[in-house]
Design a protein around this ligand. Sequence first.
Ligand code: GDP
Ligand code: MG
Length: 355
Amino acid sequence: VTDSAPSLAAAVLSGSRRALARALTWVENEHPDSAALLSTLYPHGGRAWVVGITGAPGTGKSSLVTALALRLRQQGETVAILAVDPTSPFTGGAILGDRIRMRDLSGDSGVFIRSMATRGSLGGLARTTRDAIRVLDAAGFDRVLVETVGAGQSEVDIARAAQTTVVVEAPGLGDDVQAIKAGILEIADVLAVNKADRAGAENTVRALRAMLELGHPTQRNRMVNHHGQRMSAEAPTQDDHEAELWVPPLVRTVATREATPENDGIGDLLDAIDRHRAHLTHADGDKLRQRQRGRIEGELLDRLSHALMARLLAALPAGTLEAAIDDVQSRQRSPHHAVQSLLDSAGKAAQPNGV
Ligand SMILES: Nc1nc2c(ncn2[C@@H]2O[C@H](COP(=O)(O)OP(=O)(O)O)[C@@H](O)[C@H]2O)c(=O)[nH]1
Ligand SMILES: [Mg+2]
């Protein structure tokens, strides 16, 4: 069966799960028509709330995503799960693993699960993840939960595709504080200390609290510099709080069924996510728009440099890059000089008359 972008888009929008799976494969494989597909779907998106779940391997992200999805389904919301974690048990669209909660999701037509392969560069993966989220958004899911492994800068870029980012920590994964990368903490809108049923969870909570205090001094205790004098800032009003300041709440969770729904913290986690959503959409969504603008700018610049690089490399006459490498290696040219002449030859090649 050969699909065209318009017919595949129409099938995705009409709710076909087969078409959705196929569209995601197009995106993942960078199918030549995927840009046309994504462009057709784009006007239909913008309704899903995208939640990123990020953290070190083994912290319980997949379990947490499953528990969240179950709770959201109980509230009547439809959920798409995108696992961008190479270690994820959400493999090939099927639910593997023996976890009871994951089995609970199978057979529910209000849930769609997909994992993304990590082939190619992480920068490429960040672009593909954004596109996959857009397909799921256009398909009409109320929530898109994206599981990513949080480790370095590229993973942070992937997490930026979400509207609310939950950073997951857990006790017993080596040094409590060292497991928390500063860059990861910066992107946290909500912090979950998972495996709260385990000994040591309170140490993790304390370590995170200490780091949060450094990053987000509480408004009441904050000292401001006023005409060279240090003085206490006034306590914020409720309105200031919602409009300006967001201190990532810290929630204890138990993602496996060691706890009951009354004390597993999953409801608290969902509350924290929804409070963050309210914070961003508060006052006609100015804050959300502002945040989105910054992210769109970042994405456009990233896609532009990716496209320009592809175009430039395609324009270079065969062997030019290799010759430049030789010249730099033999010190006949500096890297700076080599780049300048590569730009020159790409420019010349792009002009039909070779002017
Ligand atoms: N005791 C306990 N174990 C958990 C909890 N959440 C996850 N686990 C276990 O931790 C392991 C890793 O979980 P997984 O969800 O695959 O973590 P991921 O690598 O971050 O996606 C599995 O054996 C889970 O059963 C929890 O809240 N409490
Ligand atoms: Mg996982």
